[in-house]
Structure formats: structure tokens, C-alpha cells
Write a protein that binds this ligand. Structure first.
Ligand code: BG6
Length: 504
């Protein structure tokens, strides 16, 4: 990590005592500190209702110990980091909190004799985002257009209208360049590598189109259920929670045209083009293009687990989907008629995020039937997590006197190739906010276009109760309807774990 941003920075966390702060933000900041990714003059200001600085520092030490990628090696490292943590107590609705914050920033600027970058990270429920933004504005903490930055977590609105309304309110106080909407998938090393893979190599671009690619499968499967987030999740569901943001962003990375330069707006323009080119679903096409599911009881790692409706905070008659699969088309010259199949779900058999590019079969089969009966068209498997790898599956001759073909693979594994551990997504993203680089963040038009894609599905699902739910057992690969989505096109989902079973 290069300490290539020297400008003093004050990193303010609203909701500093919350779960995100503990699991992601403090560990990420600590790792940046160790890797010299923070400026010399830096401080973190926690803002929350109840606070007491010493217990808070202690609490964050435990959080870092539990969740950080790199351990606390010695007391000095921790105490140097902890000395940068400050606290301001108060209610988010109280103007006094913001004037205290303003005084704190002014005092630091005086002490450091320089203007500082101020990051306001809203790690708070969506219901208070607008209020905090307005209060920051009233206290003149949004006015330094090049220095003041606000970071917003998802969900960014609940639907297309509320998202547009939130944008309207935010842009009354902030310029678009000051707003950083986080989608943590974009910070994942393997996701960023998609850009390097596609546009740093001449090899793939000529075949990256409808002429050579049959279809694309994107899977984000989770083993966990809703955990303690039933209250939030039951009003959200898989389509809003995962597809509107993470999966559509992955689709954009696969489908986008080459940007002219690696510049934030240039990259984001190309992604918006993809979202706008997605063929709109309609009430007529939704039933054959979108499948929902909800897990019932089942097992996880050999242990029985409850169904979704039995989870804490969930309505026992809930209609919320914990699984969603979509078939989308990108109507442009490159992708016309190439289906993109997306699926995501909770309580599935394994945790795996994966993109598979399925190439077309060879145009003419010259091998005798006996040699070729198991021939599968080439596939490029991009594993995002937990494995971080790219695997190209191709046909090879089996050793021996006869001519028999079987599938072999060329593998690239991060772990083997690069000896250093990948930074966590939040490390990359927090670093980018501090240097003011918006490339990996969602712009307002991206958000809007992504909502446009899922809105017809949300509307149809809201109108039509799903009588068959729950329709998949915890620990399975999801509802059978998801298979029909591909079967109607003569295809099937590839098992996400297939590439680990060689020569199948
Ligand atoms: C979040 C969703 O955005 O992503 C969660 O709100 C989900 O429901 C999580 O569990 C998955 O992230 P990751 O990085 O574990 O794949």
C-alpha cells in the first residue's frame, strides 16, 4: 500500500458503536494504518449517542483482534493507532453535535496548519441518512466541495422512487462528486481484477462477444441465513439486497465496453451504458425471467437450521424472497441474444461467488463420437470468493493410443501467484474515499438505472403472493423453479463447485 495521499484527513463515523464499524470499518482502518495507507496527520472521530472514549477504544481493540486481516503485533502499534481515535457524543438530530464536530475540525486544521479532508461515513439506518446529511449541511460541513465527502451505505432507497428522492435530498447539500455510495463488491480484489483481465490483455477482447459466448452465469451463494438482520431483511429481500447492487455490478464488469481511460467517470459511463441496455422486463416476461424462493428448515454443516419464517425479526407469514434468479439480455451489438443468468440466495449449500462465461461449442465436430461424447464447450470460471481464481476449461487428448478427449484446465490462483494477502474490500474503498477516487462507487445515474432493471420484478412480486414459499430447504441449491429458468432455454446451471472435481 502506498501512502500516496498526504493530505491530513479526519474520518468521522456516524454510528461508530454499530456492527459495521466493529466488523469492517475499524479493522479496515487499522490495516490501512499498518500498511501505511493513511496520511501522517489522521484521526478517526466516532459519533454516537452513548460514548466514553476509553471503553470505546478497548471495544474497538477487541473488534480489530477478532475481525482484522492482520493481527495486532505489538502494543505500540495498537497504541499509536488508538491515539488517533476521538469521540464526540450526542444525538444525530441535535445541532449541537454538528457544531462540536465543526469546532473539532477547525481546531485540528489550526493544529496541523492545513486544510483537512473530512470524510463523513454514515454507518447508520437508512431512516436517519437524510437527517444527518441535512444537519451536516446546516453546520456548513458540506461546503468545502473538494474536501468534504459523505459515504452512504446501501440500501440506497427501497425502490426507484425513494432512491430518486434520497438523491434529490442529498444533492441539495452535496455535489455528486462528494457523494460516495458504497457497493462493497466493487472493492473486492477479484472483482477489480475483472477490469485488468478484460482490458489489460489483448487475448480475450476479440472473443468477448455474442459470436463466441453462448451465455453467462453469475452466482452469489451464501451459506448463512439472515442471522440477526431479520428485521431489515424482511423488508428487503434478495432482489433489493443483492441483485439491484452486487450482481448487477458484476454483470456490468463482464458486459461493459472498454473505457477510454481508467478514470472514474469514464468507467462509470460504460457501466451505465450496460444497465441502460438491459432489455426491460415486463409483467408478461417476469414469470419466465425471474424466480423467487424462500428457505424452509434444513441443515447447515450437518446441523439442523430453522426456516426463514422462524428466524428472529421475521414475519411468520413472510412473503420475502431469500433467493432470486433472473434472466437478462443486454440489447447491444456485443451481447444481443446472449442470456445473462443471475442467481443469489441465503442458506444455500455453499458460500461461493462466481462468474462463468460459457463459450459456444466448436462449429464442427471432427472427432469420432466415442472420442468426443463428453466434450463440453470451453468455460471460463471466475471465482470471486471464497476461492480467488480464474480457470479456463478446455479439451485435451487423454494419454493413450486412442483418441479420447476430456476436459482439462488452466488455472490462475491469487494465492499461488501473489504472495501478499489481498486487502479487504473495505480497505480499498476507504482508501479511495480518502483520496477522492469515485471509480469504485455508485454514481446517481448508476443507482437509478439499476433500480430500473429490478422494478418490474418487484412490482409483479408485490402484486402476486408466492403461495409455494418456502420452496427450498436450507442447505440445498435453491428452488427447482430456478432450474426451469435455464431448462426452458435448453441449458442448466453449472454446479458452482464443479471445477474442483477434475475431469468430471
Ligand atoms: C450485503 C448484504 O450487502 O452483502 C448481505 O446486505 C450479504 O445480506 C452480504 O450477506 C454478502 O457480502 P459478502 O461480501 O459476504 O459476499
Amino acid at each position: 500500500m502506498l501512502n500516496n495521499h498526504k493530505q491530513p484527513t479526519i474520518f468521522c463515523i456516524f454510528g461508530a458503536g454499530g456492527d459495521l464499524s466493529k466488523r469492517k470499518l475499524f479493522p479496515a482502518l487499522f490495516n490501512l494504518f499498518i500498511d501505511k495507507g493513511l496520511p501522517e496527520r489522521f484521526c478517526i472521530v466516532g459519533l454516537a449517542r452513548d460514548c466514553d472514549i476509553d471503553p470505546f477504544r478497548k471495544h474497538m481493540r477487541e473488534a480489530v483482534q477478532t475481525f482484522s486481516r492482520q493481527a495486532i503485533k505489538d502494543e505500540k502499534t495498537w497504541s499509536d493507532f488508538a491515539s488517533k481515535i476521538e469521540f464526540i457524543c450526542g444525538e444525530f438530530g441535535d445541532g449541537e453535535l454538528y457544531s462540536e464536530l465543526g469546532k473539532f475540525i477547525a481546531a485540528k486544521e489550526k493544529e496541523w496548519d492545513e486544510k483537512v479532508v473530512r470524510v463523513y461515513y454514515l454507518s447508520v439506518p437508512p431512516s436517519v441518512v437524510e437527517m444527518i446529511s441535512q444537519n451536516l449541511d446546516k453546520a456548513h460541513l458540506s461546503k468545502e466541495r473538494k474536501l468534504d465527502r459523505i459515504v452512504i451505505e446501501k440500501p440506497f432507497g427501497r425502490d426507484i422512487d425513494s432512491s430518486a428522492e434520497l438523491n434529490r435530498k442529498l444533492t441539495q447539500a452535496w455535489q455528486e462528486k462528494q457523494i460516495f455510495r458504497i457497493d462493497h463488491y466493487l472493492g473486492k480484489e477479484t472483482v477489480q481484477n475483472l477490469l485488468a483481465f478484460r482490458f489489460g490483455n489483448a487475448l480475450y477482447e476479440p472473443i468477448w462477444n455474442r459470436q463466441f459466448i453462448d451465455h453467462v452465469q453469475i452466482t452469489v451463494a451464501e451459506e448463512v441465513g439472515v442471522e440477526k438482520r431479520g428485521g431489515y431483511y424482511d423488508h428487503s429481500g434478495a432482489l433489493r439486497d443483492m441483485i439491484q447492487n452486487h450482481l448487477l455490478q458484476l454483470l456490468c464488469m463482464v458486459a461493459m465496453e472498454p473505457p477510454v481511460s481508467f478514470n472514474a467517470d469514464e468507467v462509470r459511463n460504460k457501466k451505465v451504458d450496460v444497465l441502460k441496455a438491459i432489455r426491460p422486463l415486463t409483467p408478461e416476461t417476469v414469470p419466465t425471467s425471474a424466480i423467487r424462493g424462500q428457505y424452509g428448515e434444513g441443515s447447515n454443516c450437518g446441523k439442523p437450521v430453522p426456516g426463514y419464517r422462524e428466524e428472529e425479526g421475521v414475519d411468520p407469514h413472510s412473503q420475502t424472497e431469500t433467493y432470486a434468479a433472473l434472466k437478462l439480455y443486454v440489447d447491444n451489438w456485443r451481447w444481443q441474444d446472449v442470456p445473462f443468468y443471475l442467481r443469489t440466495g441465503k442458506r444455500l449449500e455453499a458460500r461461493v461467488s462466481q462468474i462463468i462465461i460459457a463459450f459456444r461449442p466448436v462449429p464442427h465436430q471432427m472427432f469420432p463420437l466415442t472420442a468426443a461424447e463428453t466434450i463440453e464447450p470451453n468455460r471460463l470460471v471466475i471465482n470471486i470468493q471464497p476461492e480467488e481464481e480464474i480457470i479456463l476449461r478446455f479439451q485435451a487428448k487423454e494419454p493413450g493410443t486412442g483418441m479420447y478427449l476430456r476436459t482439462a484446465s488452466m488455472d490462475f490462483r491469487y494465492q499461488d501467484e501473489f504472495k501478499t494477502a489481498s486487502p479487504e474490500a473495505y480497505e480499498t474503498l476507504l482508501f479511495d474515499v480518502m483520496v477522492g477516487d469515485g471509480t469504485l462507487f455508485m454514481r446517481d445515474d448508476q443507482e437509478h438505472a439499476a433500480w430500473q432493471v429490478v422494478t418490474p420484478v418487484l412490482e409483479v412480486w408485490e402484486r402476486t403472493p408466492a403461495f409455494s414459499m418456502p420452496n427450498y430447504a436450507a442447505g440445498s441449491w435453491g428452488p427447482s423453479g430456478a432450474n426451469t429458468l435455464l431448462a426452458q432455454d435448453g441449458r442448466n446451471w453449472f454446479s458452482p463447485l464443479w471445477q474442483r472435481t477434475p475431469f468430471k
